[in-house]
Design a protein around this ligand. Structure first.
Ligand code: 3PY
Ligand code: MG
Length: 270
């Protein structure tokens, strides 16, 4: 079976970067797959698409060096099994509250006797190879998202779940349940302390810790803190920010644009 190079890298203690698809576009997924990320996550929870688009996005990612991961919309066994059959090498599941929910997540991702994943790996075989069944339980990487009060309170139980590879922090939902505003994970003491606590407990259990970051700059801070996997915003924000910057540059005085440096340099725009 094709190795899960994302999991291997984290097992070696190396830090990884993850891209995040908010659009239901195979071309967009392909662009992210070639951008240098170790993995790219197709976001079925908040992305503007459903399984019909997930399949071609995973196919597009197959032609890139990035490991294909899916954030499923919920801890729904049928959806989890379906995205794995479609070739996902990693699953990130939102809002895991307790050990029973973590066990349910893991069971959906692992074949018996470890779990209850149903057999029918379809694209998993095409992407992974003919010996997919023999190694899938070991290669697929599974993250439980910690972003609820129950999830925080039951963190040690969740982390002790056999077969769970790690936890992944949703800093925006986490901020909400802590009584703060989204986007305050680096400024609100409650958020800072809770994120540090989750990271420390993951490290104590020798499990991976991942986190969504609003930008590459935030990702750099999280990497230094010790997170194994940092997601660097998503393509919706790249498009919006870059579009605004182009509009601002076009509306600026020509002298100002020139002194900005970039605008007059030869560029294909890609
Ligand atoms: C959160 O910040 O809550 C997330 O789920 C990130 O996608
Ligand atoms: Mg969330």
């Amino acid at each position: 079976m094709r190795k899960n190079v994302l999991k291997d890298k984290m097992l070696r203690g190396e830090r990884t970067t993850n891209g995040w698809c908010a659009f239901g576009s195979s071309y967009s997924a392909e662009l992210l797959g070639h951008a240098g990320f170790d993995s790219v996550t197709v976001d079925m929870q908040h992305g503007m698409f459903d399984f019909t688009q997930v399949l071609p996005m995973l196919q597009a990612l197959s032609a890139t060096p990035a490991v294909p991961v899916v954030r499923v919309p919920w801890n729904d066994t049928a959806v989890i099994m379906h995205v794995l059959d479609a070739g996902a090498y990693g699953v990130i599941c939102p809002m895991i509250n307790n050990r029973a929910e973590a066990e349910r997540l893991v069971a959906a991702c692992r074949y018996a006797p470890v779990g209850m994943r149903s057999y029918g790996p379809a694209r998993g075989l095409l992407f992974g190879g003919p010996d997919y069944f023999d190694h899938a339980n070991a290669e697929i990487v599974v993250f439980a998202m910690i972003e609820t009060i129950d999830g925080i309170n039951n963190l040690d139980d969740i982390l002790a779940t056999p077969g769970l590879d790690g936890v992944y922090i949703g800093p925006n939902d986490l901020a909400l349940v802590l009584g703060a505003r989204p986007g305050t994970d680096l400024t609100e003491p409650k958020c800072i302390d809770t994120i540090a606590h989750i990271l420390a407990r993951a490290q104590a259990h020798q499990k991976f810790a991942g986190i969504f970051c609003a930008s590459g700059a935030v990702g750099a801070i999280r990497r230094k803190q010790g997170f194994h996997l940092v997601t660097l915003s998503h393509e919706g924000s790249y498009l919006s920010q870059t579009a605004k910057a182009h509009v601002a540059a076009a509306l600026a005085e020509p002298a100002a644009s020139a002194s900005d440096g970039g605008e007059l340099k030869p560029s294909t725009g890609y």
